[in-house]
Design a protein around this ligand. Structure first.
Ligand code: SAM
Ligand SMILES: O=c1cc(-c2ccc(O)cc2)oc2c(O)c(O)ccc12
Length: 240
C-alpha cells in the first residue's frame, strides 16, 4: 500500500486511539506498525474502510501485539468471538502454524464473507472453522466435547461487551494452563471514566458492562492480567 493510502487508513483509525495526541498515534503506526503489517492485512483494512461500521475493525496496533503474543506462546489452537470482516481472524491465521486451527464465531456471516476472498487468496482458509451463531450457545456446545476442554492456546474476544463475563467463564474451560485470552475494548473509548450522566444513553449499558467486567477480571485469581492502553484498550489474561 502507498504512503498516501496508509495516511487515509490512519485517518480512519484516529478516533479509536486513546493516546493523548493523534500525532503520537500516527507516529506509532507509521514507525512500528504499518512497515511490518502484512500486505493481506493492509488489503483487508482498505476493503473494510468503506463499510459503515469500519470503526469496529480491530486496529493494526492491537493486531501487532496479538501476533507477538501468539508467537510467544506458540499458539496453535485458538478461538475468536467477534469476526466482523476478519482483520483479527486473518492476522491469527497468518501467525499460527500451517496445521493450526481457529474456531471463529460471529452472528453475521455476511461481514465475514467481505474479507473471505482475501483469506482465501492468502492461503490460510484451511485453518479456519467459521461458525455463524451467537457465541454463547456454540461455546457451551463445544464444551460438551471433552477434547475441547483445556486444549486451546489462545482466545480473542471482540463482540458483545455485556457478555464478556459469560465468555470468560467458558473460555477458561477451553484454555490450557499457560493459555491466553485477550478482551478488546476494555477502556470502551475512554467512557469507563466518563461520569454516567455524560455518557450517551445508547452507550451506557455497554460502558457499565465493561466497568463491571474490568472489576471482575481484576478480582479473578485464575488469571494473571494486564490491561493495556492500546487501541480501545485490551486486557490480556494468562491462565494460571
Ligand atoms: C467489533 S466487531 C469484531 C471485529 C473483528 N475482531 C475485526 O478484527 O475486525 C464485533 C463483532 O461481534 C459480532 N457479535 C455481536 N454479538 C455477537 C454474539 N452474541 N455472538 C457472536 N458474535 C457477535 C458482530 O456481528 C461483529 O461482527
Ligand atoms: O461501537 C462499537 C460497537 C461494538 C459492538 C456493539 C455491540 C455488539 O453486540 C458488538 C460490538 O463494538 C465495537 C468495537 O469492538 C470497537 O473496537 C469499536 C467500536 C465498537
Amino acid at each position: 500500500m502507498s504512503a498516501m493510502k496508509d495516511l487515509t487508513a490512519t485517518n480512519n483509525l484516529i478516533d479509536k486511539g486513546l493516546l493523548q495526541t493523534t500525532e503520537l498515534y500516527e507516529y506509532l503506526l507509521e514507525t512500528s506498525v504499518y512497515p511490518r503489517e502484512a500486505e493481506s492485512l493492509k488489503e483487508l483494512r482498505a476493503l473494510t474502510s468503506t463499510h459503515p461500521r469500519a470503526f469496529m475493525g480491530t486496529t493494526p496496533d492491537v493486531g501487532q501485539l496479538m501476533a507477538l503474543i501468539l508467537k510467544l506462546i506458540n499458539a496453535k489452537k485458538t478461538i475468536e468471538v467477534g469476526v466482523f470482516t476478519g482483520y483479527s481472524l486473518l492476522l491469527t491465521a497468518i501467525t499460527i502454524p500451517d496445521d493450526g486451527k481457529i474456531t471463529a464465531i460471529d452472528v453475521n456471516q455476511t461481514t465475514y464473507e467481505i474479507g473471505l476472498p482475501i483469506i482465501e487468496k492468502t492461503g490460510v482458509k484451511h485453518k479456519i472453522n467459521f461458525i455463524e451463531s451467537k457465541a454463547l450457545p456454540v461455546l457451551d456446545q463445544l464444551l460438551e466435547d471433552p477434547e475441547n476442554k483445556g486444549t486451546f492456546d489462545f482466545a480473542f474476544v471482540d463482540a458483545d461487551k455485556d457478555n464478556y463475563k459469560n465468555y470468560h467463564e467458558r473460555l477458561l474451560e477451553f484454555l490450557k494452563p499457560g493459555g491466553v485470552v485477550i478482551y478488546d475494548n476494555t477502556l470502551w473509548g475512554g467512557s469507563v471514566v466518563t461520569p454516567e450522566d455524560l455518557v450517551p444513553k445508547s452507550r451506557l449499558a455497554m460502558r457499565n458492562a465493561v466497568i463491571e467486567f474490568n472489576k471482575y477480571l481484576a478480582a479473578d485469581a485464575r488469571v494473571q492480567i494486564s490491561q493495556v492502553p492500546v487501541g480501545d484498550g485490551i486486557t490480556i489474561c494468562w491462565r494460571l
